[in-house]
Design a protein around this ligand. Sequence first.
Ligand SMILES: Cc1cc2nc3c(=O)[nH]c(=O)nc-3n(C[C@H](O)[C@H](O)[C@H](O)COP(=O)(O)OP(=O)(O)OC[C@H]3O[C@@H](n4cnc5c(N)ncnc54)[C@H](O)[C@@H]3O)c2cc1C
Length: 454
Amino acid sequence: MRAVARNVSVVGGGIAGLTAAIYLARGGRTVTVFEKNRHLGGRAVTHLRHGFRFNLGPHAVYRFGPGSRVLRELGIPIRGGVPKRGGTVMFEGRQHELPVTPFSILRSSLLPFRGKLEAVRLLARLPTLNTRPFELMSVREWADRNIENRRLREFFMSLCRVVTYSPDERQCASVALDQLKRAMLGVVYVHEGWQKIVDSLHSTAVAAGVNFVTSSRVVGVETNGRVTALELGGLETVRSETVEAALPPLEANVEGNPARVLTDTVLLAVDPTTAASLLSNEKVSRCWRTLEPVTLACLDVALSRLPNPKQIFAISVDRPYYYSVHSAWAQLTPQGGALIHVAKYRAKPSKMTSRDYDGDSIRLDDEAKRDLAELEAFLDELQPGWRELVRHRRFLPSLAVTNAVTMPSAYRPQPQTPIRGLYLAGDWVGAEGVLADAALTSARAAARAILAEP
Ligand SMILES: Cc1cc2nc3c(=O)[nH]c(=O)nc-3n(C[C@H](O)[C@H](O)[C@H](O)COP(=O)(O)OP(=O)(O)OC[C@H]3O[C@@H](n4cnc5c(N)ncnc54)[C@H](O)[C@@H]3O)c2cc1C
């Protein structure tokens, strides 16, 4: 079998795979991205329904997060609206002003007087707080030690849940605090949805010479001390005329299925379970299977208008809910319309996987039915009358927001693996950031490591 030098095969066409592919192609490698779906983008896709642009649940770019730096470095624009800090917080069935600025802290009825004073002090302390000493502490432990007022403590915990998407109180304090600090610097709701970022990454990758093979599921990575080949499953593997010349050699096989692509460098930009299933080397991949995903149940709703235009953002302290009208800040709807994301932070992943979300008529198990009813009832509280104004809605019972919740002293795999020629990228890889920040920074780190190979 002929090894192919300086070819890199990227498995997965989400934002991590696309980002790595651009760095690699600009670094002089011949790069091919294999994506199992017909469309690129993974969890960053946006679907157009009746003129409304639906991200997969609520998506915000952290303006000054490490992921934004990667996108800027690649010349990918992030255009959108920056939501103002403010909104509603629900507690014990009552609505209060969200106390997140000095004035709203003083005005809000959520906190008692002593809690207000402590909240102002905490707000002033957070931006310059060195979080390194809290790497081995859970966020609950940090809150218990540092916040005296009980109501403020629980409110703080609900803010950590919103910024990390995880209701797990065991999660690492330094990660949650860093994310809170980033959120305080502002987020962007992207005009026309995250698809804009995906499209921009795609066109930049094409300009850099990256080849794409979509509708092509990778079913195995062959190794023999080092990476030797990829196995492609199914007959979906259609090689178009235009990319034929640039692709690495495809070994003819007698059965016609699966096909093998000879390659000595593979970057896996997929979820950890899939990554582990592609390798026969259990020793290397065992830990990847133990990572705990953070999942969310999302109700995404398009309305012809907003019944209560003042109610733009809300969270709950004593229930794990989120509500935000993303169209109030980003162009996502026809004129006058509204696009709302309501979500429930899930303590445990449900048995339903994210595969179940596609399409609008999904079969729901009992737990998902309950989640949907809860989210609709939450929306009733905030936007009474919304049901009469629905243009389109969809329910996503259990989406993996991120593939690994960060625990104190948690193991998160590095982009370089013990297998020569095998690399990883994604929101479960590397040491920097969480969510898309982690996907983008690990993609850059993996590409740099590959380019540094002799
Ligand atoms: C509801 C929700 C809300 C979110 N909100 C935010 C937010 O506000 N801020 C933020 O920063 N991040 C947010 N995220 C997270 C963000 O979307 C992800 O971190 C990011 O999109 C991950 O990109 P990725 O490329 O690492 O993975 P993915 O997007 O999962 O891409 C992996 C790709 O690999 C492909 N693939 C899988 N297996 C194979 C195979 N065998 N062969 C070929 N291809 C394969 C998949 O089809 C997919 O396209 C949110 C996610 C969700 C679901």
